[in-house]
Ligand binder design. Structure first.
Ligand code: SDX
Length: 429
């Protein structure tokens, strides 16, 4: 425990406990503040407010560090598979070979989609956004596989975790296939998770699709990079919904809804639309940058800036290198990649962005890589969802295992009308 924090508020001198994390982060514990002073704190967007302690992911935004359960993202991308990272996040350890084999067995088994759910998806319009389809299907799982909530035994939660990781991949591929009128493709037993995802997306009965090993490696790295990111908007949503003891399916379905937003996981789709628009309209880079700096213009440079990273997003670095490798391998350059690199160079040299520490984030290059791998733009955020599912599950599981866990219920400062009497309708204006 560090030296207590001293504050003077409401005419009182207060000592508040300070807690320190294992990486040296410090927080003033204000849980006694309102009871002692009647004051609350106010922090729009929670930029200065911690909602919990967690052992899952550590980010140092100033140094551009990202660790899952103590392992660096760089080492995990180089040495692990996405399934091992799923196991690590959910079980707090890397799996032994026996544990990995058992986990993979479950993922194969749970990849089957209940036939009644296939009928469910047939009632969506063909051009429904796949995030909408995935959110509905994940929510519907609690009708097909009921009973996993905060009081469930760990074994039941772990089985449900495997079911969700398997089904989310199937739902993402299914949403795409249905939009094209293609039949569902089931995964090959025992094949790598990422390789099966590519097969489930692109295989057809009349033209065999064999995933390229470099594409499979890229798929694993992309899913690992998106697997968790501590208390981001969607993960905080999962924790808040789960804190009411809503079941695990409903909680992660709320995470899908939050991730869909263009300021969050939807940014990878918005980045591509922004780059395509610049190219199609022949807009100048300077013109676009000035538009993003104009306070009277709501336009923002999608793929730049981050609440936590005030340095390079380490994920963006890894994806940028991967992007170049995949494009070079396929000997096809992508004019949007050239445009993205030119835009990045100009932005990183511009005082407005330097002063505000706005760097490319994970979404800036991911879309270019997804495009090089053959994914349509509206599948970019669904892939983010497949990647982030283990992180959401790990945080839900950590939260429901907290002794004395409480329902999340923030306060507010009321700024509306003070008490007034009810006017008869004849008196209203
Ligand atoms: C993800 O939280 C996570 O961890 C998220 C994520 C994850 O893995 O879960 O990393 C995934 O969501 C990445 C972010 C993807 N979103 C985008 O790329 C959308 C574009 N970025 C911005 O909308 C913005 O940067 C946010 C939303 C990402 C962060 O916003 P903040 O932290 O609330 O920052 P802010 O709005 O307070 O901006 C600070 C200043 C403002 O200018 P001033 O008022 O100080 O003059 O920076 C400006 C902003 O106008 N600014 C931008 C900008 N981002 C911030 N100006 C132009 N273009 C931008 N992209």
């Amino acid at each position: 425990m560090s030296t207590p924090g001293k504050i003077h508020v409401g005419g009182q001198d207060l000592e508040l406990p300070v807690i320190e994390g294992t990486e040296g982060e410090k927080a003033v514990d204000i849980s006694a503040l309102r009871g002692t002073t009647k004051y609350i704190t106010l922090d729009q967007g929670y930029g200065n407010t911690g909602s919990c302690t967690s052992k899952i992911t550590f980010i140092d935004g100033e140094k551009g560090i990202l660790h899952y359960r103590g392992y660096s993202i760089e080492e995990l991308c180089e040495k692990a598979t996405f399934v091992e990272v799923c196991y690590l996040l959910i079980h707090d350890k890397l799996p032994t070979q026996a544990e990995l084999d058992e986990f993979n067995e479950l993922l194969d088994k749970y990849s089957l989609v209940h036939e009644a759910m296939l009928h469910l998806i047939n009632h969506f319009p063909y051009d429904a956004h796949p995030m909408n389809v995935m959110g509905c299907l994940v929510q519907a799982l609690s009708s097909f596989y009921p009973g996993v909530d905060a009081k469930s035994k760990t074994e039941h939660i772990n089985l449900t975790a495997a079911r969700l990781i398997a089904k989310t991949r199937a739902f993402a591929a299914l949403a795409y296939r249905k939009s094209k009128g293609f039949p569902l493709v089931y995964p090959n037993k025992g094949e790598d998770y990422g390789s099966n995802f590519l097969r489930m997306m692109f295989d057809t009965p009349v033209k065999h699709y064999e995933p390229d090993p470099d594409m499979v490696k890229a798929m694993n790295i992309l899913l690992i990079l998106h697997a968790d990111h501590e208390q981001n908007c969607s993960t905080s949503t999962v924790r808040l919904v789960g804190s009411s003891h809503a079941n695990l399916y409903a909680s992660v379905a709320s995470g899908i809804a939050a991730l869909w937003g263009p300021l969050h996981g939807g940014a990878n789709q918005s980045v591509m639309e922004m780059l395509q628009n610049i190219k199609d309209k022949g807009l100048g880079i300077e013109q676009v940058i000035n538009k993003a700096k104009d306070k009277d213009d709501p336009f923002r440079l999608m793929g730049f800036g981050h609440r936590v990273y005030k340095n390079f997003d380490p994920r963006a670095r890894i994806i940028k290198d991967l992007c170049r490798k995949i494009l070079l391998k396929n000997a096809n350059s992508d004019p949007l990649l050239d445009l993205a690199i030119e835009l990045e160079d100009k932005v990183l040299a511009d005082d407005y962005f330097i002063e505000r520490k706005l760097y490319p984030n994970v979404d800036f290059y991911s879309g270019l890589l997804y495009r090089a791998m053959g994914f349509p733009v509206n599948m970019f955020t669904p892939i983010f969802t497949v990647g982030r599912m283990p992180g959401w599950i790990a945080h839900w599981k950590e939260m429901v295992s907290e002794p004395g866990g409480k329902i999340g219920r923030p306060r507010q400062i009321y700024t509306g009308y003070t008490n007034r009497s009810y006017p008869d309708i004849s008196e209203r204006k």
